[in-house]
Design a protein around this ligand. Sequence first.
Ligand SMILES: *Cc1c(COP(=O)(O)O)cnc(C)c1O
Length: 453
Amino acid sequence: MTSSNRSEDLKKRDLDAVWHPCTQMKDHKHLPMVPIKSAKGVWLEDFNGNRYLDAISSWWVNLFGHANETISSAIKEQLDTMEHVLLAGFSHETVINLSEQLIEITPEPLRKCFYADNGSSAVEVALKMSFHYWKNIGKTKKTKFINLSNSYHGETIGALSLGDVALYKEVYEPLLLDVITVPSPDSFNREIGESEADYAKRMFVHMEKALEQHHEEVCAVIVEPLVQCAGYMRMYAPEYLTLLREACDRYGVHLIADEIAVGFGRTGTMFGCEQANISPDFMCLSKGLTGGYLPLSVVLTTNNVYDAFYDDYENLTAFLHSHSYTGNPLGCAAALATLKIFNTEDVIANNQILSAEFVKQCERFQSHPHIGDVRQTGMITAIEIVKDKASKKSYPWQERRGLEVYKFGLKNNALLRPLGDVIYFMPPYVITPEEIKMLVDVAELGIELAVAK
Ligand SMILES: *Cc1c(COP(=O)(O)O)cnc(C)c1O
């Protein structure tokens, strides 16, 4: 079979047997399905020899490129020693090393690591732990959570409840927990001339009011520090988090930082919380945790929380939550290798050079009549296509203009998978300045096509 026949065969078999995530499968009547043969660094290669620059890190997970030597060999080494062992009653050196290192690099009061196997599960853990903590210390009225509008925390029922992106959530509304949603400090909506920090402070009034009114029934506030990634890459100023930490302390409410997408250098610091100089009561990590290799997630929390569960068994205060693959050694080995790269290379400083290149390349969009916003936080750059620049009014969503950019990208060596009409770059940190220019060039031509549609 020639390579090209092989590809056609795979596409057909795929559509016969596989139901893809976050996809209207009927779209594939006209959209190509792309079987990938191999991947190296920032590049994916299909069976016809076409290459695609992975501008979105394969859904925000990849940090140091595909087929990374350091991570691959760490997994192989672990594989030859032990693939998996249960983490109840048993332990292994890889999970112990990883936990120590995570405690070392996260803000000071975070001292215990609880593992799960994907981001949504980590959010479920944090949600249950927070509720259970308050119950264990006798605050049984606390059963609710506060979130921000336009937030995203995953797809399982609890995590979906804590999010607020209508596209994913609305249909399941009858199944979901009741949450208190506070307007997001999203800088996109600030007044002309208003600084992002001033806007964040102004928007905090809503959070203050919600906490004042509901704190007795609220377990925790959950936020994505600095960037609401699935919420169209909307961004806000760190000042909001500083105010939030202070208010949560004042009202006796936990703060859950969902750093699943923004952790591990994405925002320009190792963790988004660092830019506000705060520490949450729970920090959820996944995605980049294993460098994009294996599903693994972790919730870090404080000794204060841990101690509220620590008692004689008969008192039934234990956190009886588990997942089959909790603390999987292969995932932990990938995570340790990822941290090793952060330790041996100056990743954060190098990323500043790459971020600056994105700024430089995206200057071309500033005066574009159909670009309403170009925003950047660290290694995330987003361009919002709008119908009208002055009012920032969007195109009707049914027109699916962003999809045109996606299709154009596929024909021009770039995997750009927009969120609605928001084109964004969230590449592996091993991208080069030349590759950044190439990506932005492709995006620009794709956008011209999309707005001319
Ligand atoms: C992706 C994501 C999740 C969910 O993680 P999954 O591994 O996809 O379940 C939760 N929160 C945020 C902020 C995310 O970006």
